[in-house]
Design a protein. Sequence first.
Length: 242
Amino acid sequence: MLVKVADWIVDQYKQLQTWVSEQFDDDPRKADAVKTWIIIACVVAVTITATLLIWLVVTVLSGLTLAVAQGLAAGLGWALERVADWNLTEVVTKPVHDYITAHAAGLPAGAEAIWSAWTLTGPILWLICLLTKSWGARLAWVLYGAGTAAMVYSASPVGGQLLATGVAIVYWAVLSVFVFRRIGRCPVVHVHSAPDVTTPLKQLRQQLDEQLSEVRARIGRVEVASDELAARRAGSRDDEDS
């Protein structure tokens, strides 16, 4: 869409430039002034069009993002309410709800607000621990489980306190399997063997031996040559004496 609008503006600009050249061919100054005003008008039109399009896109995206966020929040709240109303989870959720209702009197936040905060804190902490493996989040998860178990024990019927607390601990332990995974594993350490220190020394010694051997060979060749030269001089002297 933006490309089409830009092409249309460019076409209109070219047509106006052509029209101005044809109309004011006999007066170049007036033609230049009209062309300048045309350029200013085109720049203003492009600026206004781009601003309106950006505002429109931002407004639409903001509305879509807000709608998606509200839908996700509503879906998560509905799912948590359905889970909380399940008979097996009511062994934990009902005592917690009763405990919060009984002890929320006089607090600035009402019992329902505290109950909603408790139901949202657990899944959020679990997701944070699962995704980030943060030790701070894991500590908060442990404290959350301990507080939940204490509320379940306190608000459950006298005959079923231990059983309800045990069920709560089992639920927490099952969820904690994903939270505390990979803890205690020894990191894989790759030990690279150190290079042989004697190898460079051996190479240096070998090079020195080769150089010394070459020097000895040269000295030997020089001695042989000097002996031959001495023998020739001695032979030449004998010939002269005879």
